[in-house]
Design a protein around this ligand. Structure first.
Ligand code: AMP
Length: 287
């Protein structure tokens, strides 16, 4: 049976004992309300590690003052059953006060990368993500930590943090899991009303359209413009935060294809009513 642990000292001690026995520890950090995307991370950790710890923590520090921290979906009992069914060993489920006592003052900033794309529209978001993830790494000391490519910018920033701060953990990238119509699974999909849900795959379709046009030799600017036009034409989309074409390594804007780098990132964030959805795809432009 899966163990639920709420105290950082306790999980730290348990993991230390397991490591003394030579066990390899995998960590799957989540904000809960688990879906098949999270489950795919748990499955990968189960395959590669002896012990899989899943953290469930809706991290207040990564939400802006007008964002959805309070209404973010939560269902711990369901999450516990799902994680148990997948064979995870430990759930770390701390209270906010356990992670951020009143005297907390230290935060992690990955400069430049945290200010673009989603960071431009969610100031302080990646500072919150990096802070909580580094804390989880220090509390749990995993050998490997599993993150989804669905949150591509988050993954790129966390890889940079781990490399810049010499954190001894291997970051494992996991493919985006999608609904049959292409919509990337997300806990926030639960906010969509049925009409919005029916139309929400347009975000993925716009990305695929841009991919096809770029592969057919259209300019990046034209492909981007067409995708924007498609998104603007959808009456359910209230705002497009960005539709960007970037270098998947350093996240710098790509204006035209150069012969040396064949991989480019197409990434977008849009608002379906009050729901902010993100998606992305790394494409190979070589024939
Ligand atoms: P969250 O609970 O939304 O913070 O997500 C926890 C982890 O699950 C992050 O590493 C996400 O990138 C990953 N994740 C979320 N949705 C998906 C998905 N559709 N496919 C793969 N991984 C995902």
């Amino acid at each position: 049976m899966i163990k639920t642990i709420k105290r950082k000292n306790e999980i730290n001690r348990i993991i230390k004992d397991l490591k003394k026995e030579g066990k390899k520890i995998g960590l799957v950090p989540t904000m809960g309300f688990l879906h098949e995307g999270h489950i795919s991370l748990i499955k990968k950790s189960r395959k590669e590690c002896d012990i899989t710890a899943v953290s469930i923590f809706v991290n207040p520090v990564q939400f802006g003052p007008n964002e959805d921290f309070v209404r973010y979906p939560r269902d711990f009992e369901r999450d516990r059953i799902l994680a148990d069914r997948e064979g995870a060993d430990i759930i770390f489920y701390p209270e906010p006060s356990e992670m951020y006592p009143d005297n907390h003052l230290t935060y992690v900033n990955v400069e430049k990368m945290e200010k673009i794309m989603c960071g431009k529209f969610r100031p302080g978001h990646f500072r919150g993500v990096c802070t909580v993830v580094l804390k989880l790494f220090n509390i749990i000391s995993p050998d490997k930590a599993y993150f989804g490519l669905k949150d591509f910018q988050q993954l790129a920033i966390l890889k940079k943090m781990v490399s810049d701060l010499d954190v001894d953990v291997q970051i494992v990238e996991c493919e985006t899991i999608r609904e049959p119509d292409g919509l990337a699974l997300s806990s926030r999909n639960a906010y969509l009303n049925p009409e919005e849900r029916k139309n929400a795959n347009i975000l993925y379709l716009a990305i695929i359209m841009a991919e096809n046009e770029i592969k057919r030799g259209r300019s990046i600017a034209a492909a981007r413009q067409n995708a924007m036009k498609m998104l603007k034409g959808c009456s359910f989309i209230k705002k497009i935060d960005y539709f960007d074409i970037r270098d998947p390594e350093d996240l710098k804007t790509v204006r035209k294809l150069d012969g040396e780098k064949s991989k480019i990132l197409i990434a977008s964030a849009v608002w379906f009513g009050k729901t902010r959805l993100i998606d992305n795809k790394v494409i190979n432009t070589e024939p």
